[in-house]
Design a protein around this ligand. Sequence first.
Ligand code: CA
Length: 227
Amino acid sequence: MRILVVEDEVAIRKVIETVFQLRNYDVTLVNTATDGITTARTEPFDCVVLDLGLPDGTGFQVLKSMRDSDNTTPVLILSAERDVELKVQGLVSGADDYLTKPFDNTELIARVEALIRRATTYNKKVDEVLTCGDITLNQLTRECHIGGKHVWLTNNEHNLLAYFMRNPNRMISKLELSEKVWAIPFDTHTNFVNVYISYLRKKIADYSSYNYIDTHRGKGFTFSGPS
Ligand code: CA
């Protein structure tokens, strides 16, 4: 497995490099946003560990550059910020997970491996086209059509919709979504599941008159198509 680490703090770089090399990972280290952008564009990785505060910019710039060029490599954001808004911003910008410094090495490894596992699982289901009502989701091309129109979805929106479409007509808790879609242990301090549900709802509503996602207040959501 190859991981790219974009981090400028020497001590943290060393720790990350050591723990992953011990697990036989091929670790590439860069310490600026500029090098992060270039390296992520030119070399394939299984996961990117991205610090937010970099000497020449922010990790968000690296993330944006990756997602703008359709690079779907999982990204784990690493930051000293405990700010909930920043966490949500990271996830909304297309990050797959978020870890606050100081972190436990075991947790870092577990999260990176969960992201790689999840990405691999998605890649294996390459031929699967999901259909429900007027929504079609192609997991190979990651193309989504709603009401016959092509709709662009972010990685996280795609993964959320795919999970819903594979599990229709049953109530799915926020805890389940958090663990199965984001591979993140549920954190009651963040509202990111609701944030994504609202983004996805809005995209569906822009192209379809059918309400696919029902909210069970305080419990979860049910995805169902027209019967
Ligand atoms: Ca930093």
